[in-house]
Design a protein around this ligand. Structure first.
Ligand code: 13P
Length: 253
């Protein structure tokens, strides 16, 4: 089964509103969305919460995702942003479970699960991030960790819900380090994730679900990942911050 490709920029805590708008103008001037569509590639960015509304307005066909959200609709959750707030500004994609949230904000696969369930109920597309730390990798625990993150994170979802899920494999040791995982590792884990989805939700869901690789993806290495049968795209941090580099990533897919 042929799957579309997805290139997503995760801007993390970078780009002010003005910088984000300038990025969108560059993307428009270079007709990147049109070029991507012609090649069957979906492209998007995940700005900081404060820039979401403005990027949504200036996005010109880019997918716009939040980097997180809360599972409750409203309430006493200081600093959080809810799904209805995102809906109000036309955002219907969200990253969940990024390793920086797991590492620094105490996010667990259980909290991710609550968020994912709330999001798919509202027909949001979810990019669920999984990945092992350097220590876990060294101890040979990668597949155990990924299994726990996938099984717990997707607990209680139906086959039908899976149409909204994208899984991003981002080994923590490769994020922002310049040490990108080899294509063999990326393919091995992407195909392992696909086999887990097959176990949990059946063959159709496993064949349809997009699986991304993330971690030090750059214009000069993105192409080799895209040649792997189970890698359907990339979740890119640093190299997605400048429109020129984002353009090169797209060109080299
Ligand atoms: P880098 O591309 O900067 O390594 O970040 C990857 C990432 O965490 C994307 O979510």
């Amino acid at each position: 089964m042929s799957r579309k490709k997805l290139l997503m920029g995760n801007w993390k805590m970078n780009l002010t509103i003005a910088e984000a708008n300038a990025f969108c103008e560059d993307v428009k001037a270079a007709s990147l969305v049109r070029q991507a569509r012609q090649r069957g590639i979906m492209i998007g960015v995940a700005p900081a919460f404060i820039a979401l509304q403005s990027v949504r307005k200036h996005a010109h066909g880019l997918i716009v995702a939040s980097q997180d959200c809360h599972y409750a609709d409203h309430g006493a959750y200081t600093s959080n942003v809810s799904i209805p707030m995102l809906q109000e500004i036309g955002v219907d994609w969200s990253i969940i479970g990024h390793s920086e949230r797991r590492q620094y904000e105490g996010e667990t696969s259980f909290t991710c699960n609550r968020k994912i369930k709330a999001l798919v109920k509202q027909q949001f597309h979810v990019i669920y991030c999984v990945g092992e730390t350097a220590k876990e990798y060294d101890q040979g625990l990668t597949k155990d960790v990924i299994r726990e993150q996938v099984v717990t994170g997707l607990m209680g979802l139906s086959k039908d819900d899976m149409q909204y899920l994208v899984i991003a494999y981002e080994p923590v040791w490769s994020i922002g380090t310049g040490k990108n995982a080899s294509v063999e590792i990326a393919e091995d884990i992407a195909s392992f994730i696909r086999s887990l989805i097959n176990e949990l939700f059946g063959k159709v869901a496993s064949q349809k679900t997009l699986i991304l690789y993330g971690g030090s993806v750059k214009p000069n290495n993105i192409h080799e990942y895209m040649l792997q049968p189970d890698v359907d795209g990339a979740l890119v941090g640093g190299a997605s911050l400048k429109s020129e580099s984002f353009k090169e990533l797209l060109e080299n897919i």
